[in-house]
Design a protein around this ligand. Structure first.
Ligand code: COI
Length: 354
């Protein structure tokens, strides 16, 4: 890493650790004592600081609020078996963050700010990294435009912040998902591959409609013909068909998931054939009907590896194999966890041990 940056540290007067119930950690609701902030103005990043987590004063005219120049990331820090803390593949998130920044006409965040910001924040909030199995400290980098200006143009000023939240998995049970045949998440030439706020905002209404029908999540299909499966919005999608791991290829409408990439590498190492390609809705439905589709799961940093139990398609619900009998996803999920928690050697060099 480059030279050590000058990061000002202001400690919280009172830690909230003692009043936080670590047995109740719904995703994204409990924040650690501190946050990291850097400011961009005049082509320069400056004012790097760790400070108590809390509100940031800002104008209601900032362009992030009006025109959606806002991007984010998600990664996790794990308490390893020997007590050390490791962050899983942060460089992948760093690269994707700046890819999103580029697409949204935002400045790149220098790698040393991203990495040293994480290190400084976790150093001060070290005790916030949970030790329970399946738990971690979720790290949320976010950048948003702060010009108080109502003209439509890229902002000149930005805030880059890092927030952390101790958490268990985003989903707590096998999912009932609906293949969405009306609304769309992303289209060719759009911003689907970027982790930008608007992608999530546009998913809320279709998601609420699906929830009314009893679904936990959507499976998005291509905007042109609703013929191909893309991703779940909160996670990528992976199937096992005829014994092969099959996943929609990454394209302009599909996020290049870090967990997805990790699982592909683990599967290949385990000798499982992997196909990254367009996956049709027809193929998935037929695979369920004729028994060749034996496993299906959502894969993401927040979602981890979450089995899909049921799929709704055009008013009919298809029940998949019993998640308790699925050896492929369970095996991969176990290996992944063992690496993250330092229970087996990290052969791929994925853990950034702090
Ligand atoms: C993550 O997995 O880190 C995500 O960003 C998904 C989030 C929208 C829940």
């Amino acid at each position: 890493m480059n030279d050590t940056l000058d990061i000002t540290i202001t400690k919280a007067e009172n830690s909230r650790l003692t009043v936080t119930d670590f047995s109740q950690l719904p995703f994204g609701k409990v924040f650690s004592d501190h946050m990291f902030i850097a400011e961009y103005d005049n082509g320069q990043w400056s004012n790097l600081r760790v400070l108590p987590y809390g509100p940031i004063p800002m104008s209601p005219a900032i362009s992030a609020l009006h025109y959606g120049q806002a991007i984010f990331e998600g990664m996790k820090a794990y308490r390893q078996a020997d007590g050390k803390i490791s962050v899983f593949r942060p460089e992948k998130n760093f690269e994707r963050f700046n890819k999103s920044a580029d697409r949204m006409s935002m400045p790149a965040v220098p790698k040393e700010i991203f990495m040293q910001g994480i290190a400084a924040l976790i150093d001060i909030d070290e005790k916030w990294v949970p030790a329970q199995d399946g738990y971690s400290l979720y790290i949320r980098p976010v950048m948003f435009a702060t010009d108080p200006y109502l003209g439509v143009k890229p902002s000149d000023k930005y805030i880059f912040a890092l927030l952390t939240t101790p958490t268990g998995p985003y989903y707590s049970k096998a999912l009932k998902v609906k293949i969405e045949m009306e609304y769309t998440r992303a289209d060719d030439g759009g911003v689907g591959y970027a982790k930008t706020a608007g992608n999530y905002a546009r998913s809320l209404y279709p998601f609420a409609e699906a929830q009314k029908e009893g679904f936990d999540q959507l499976i998005w299909t291509d905007a042109a013909a609703h013929e191909y499966i893309e991703e779940a919005g909160t996670a990528n999608l992976i199937f096992v068909i005829n014994g092969k791991l099959v996943t929609p290829s990454v394209r302009s409408t599909v996020l290049d998931g870090v967990t997805r990439d990790t699982i592909i590498q683990l599967a290949k190492k385990a000798g499982i054939e992997v196909e990254e390609r367009r996956v049709s809705v027809k193929e998935v439905i037929e695979g369920i009907e004729n028994g060749t589709l034996t496993d299906a799961f959502a894969a993401g940093t927040a979602a981890t590896v979450t089995p899909i139990g049921e799929i709704g398609y055009l008013g009919k619900t298809y029940t998949l194999t019993d998640p308790a009998t699925r050896t492929v996803s369970a095996g991969i999920a176990k290996t992944l966890n063992d690496i993250r928690y330092g229970l087996v050697p990290d052969e791929f060099g994925w853990n950034w041990v702090l």
